[in-house]
Design a binder for this molecule. Structure first.
Ligand SMILES: CC(C)(COP(=O)(O)OP(=O)(O)OC[C@H]1O[C@@H](n2cnc3c(N)ncnc32)[C@H](O)[C@@H]1OP(=O)(O)O)[C@@H](O)C(=O)NCCC(=O)NCCS
Length: 168
């Protein structure tokens, strides 16, 4: 189990977002629960993670949760599961913080983790009607490999997407 740490110890100090300033990307801990739940509630109309699931991700040694914050407000999250591949379990940016390269920076973090762990494949699922997210993933080098019908229920299918890293 990962031990919760205070924010001074786990920030990598990265300032992200070429179109904004003062954004800090850091690993999340239990003090971020309210911010993480807020992001899930605002950003996902269905299939959002409950507090219990977000807490389980924070405790799972095979998952990592990162947030980007500005002035103490948690503006975005990425949850990564790393086993044989690195899976993007969730990525979301609050509406007011979108369009500044934050999601791109969070995907970059996932790649850093994959490279460090010598895992060459990144994977994710995205709803077939989620054009902004699909555009983001395609721009970042993910390719659709399969359509999974009814993945989200109510007739909504998912694209299963992959990116292969060239790890030497
Ligand atoms: C998808 C999402 C994470 C993008 O976050 P973001 O921080 O605004 O994305 P970025 O600013 O890093 O965008 C990077 C690239 O993605 C693409 N992109 C992002 N939003 C887009 C949009 N609304 N329309 C078209 N392309 C878009 C663009 O190619 C963009 O590059 P550009 O700005 O140079 O054109 C955000 O819209 C979101 O949180 N949506 C709701 C939650 C969600 O659907 N998550 C994905 C679940 S699978």
């Amino acid at each position: 189990m990962r031990i919760p740490t205070d924010h001074s110890g786990n920030s990598d100090g990265t300032v992200v977002g070429l179109k904004g300033s003062g954004f800090v990307l850091r690993e999340a801990d239990f003090s971020d629960m309210a911010g993480l739940e807020r992001i899930e509630n605002i950003c996902f109309p269905y299939g959002r993670y409950s507090g219990a699931i977000l807490r389980a991700f924070l405790m799972n040694p095979f998952s990592r949760t990162y947030v980007v914050e500005q002035d103490g407000i948690v503006a975005s999250e990425i949850i990564i599961i790393h086993r044989r591949s690195v899976e993007i379990a969730s990525i979301a940016v609050l509406p007011e913080a979108r369009g500044r390269g934050i999601a791109k920076a969070l995907l970059g973090k996932a790649e850093q983790i994959a490279t460090k762990k010598r895992i060459s494949t990144l994977t994710l699922h995205v709803a077939v009607d989620n054009t902004p997210a699909i555009k983001l993933y395609e721009k970042e080098g993910y390719r659709a490999c399969e359509v999974i019908s009814e993945y989200y229920g109510s007739g909504l299918s998912a694209l299963y997407m992959k990116k292969e890293l060239n790890i030497q």
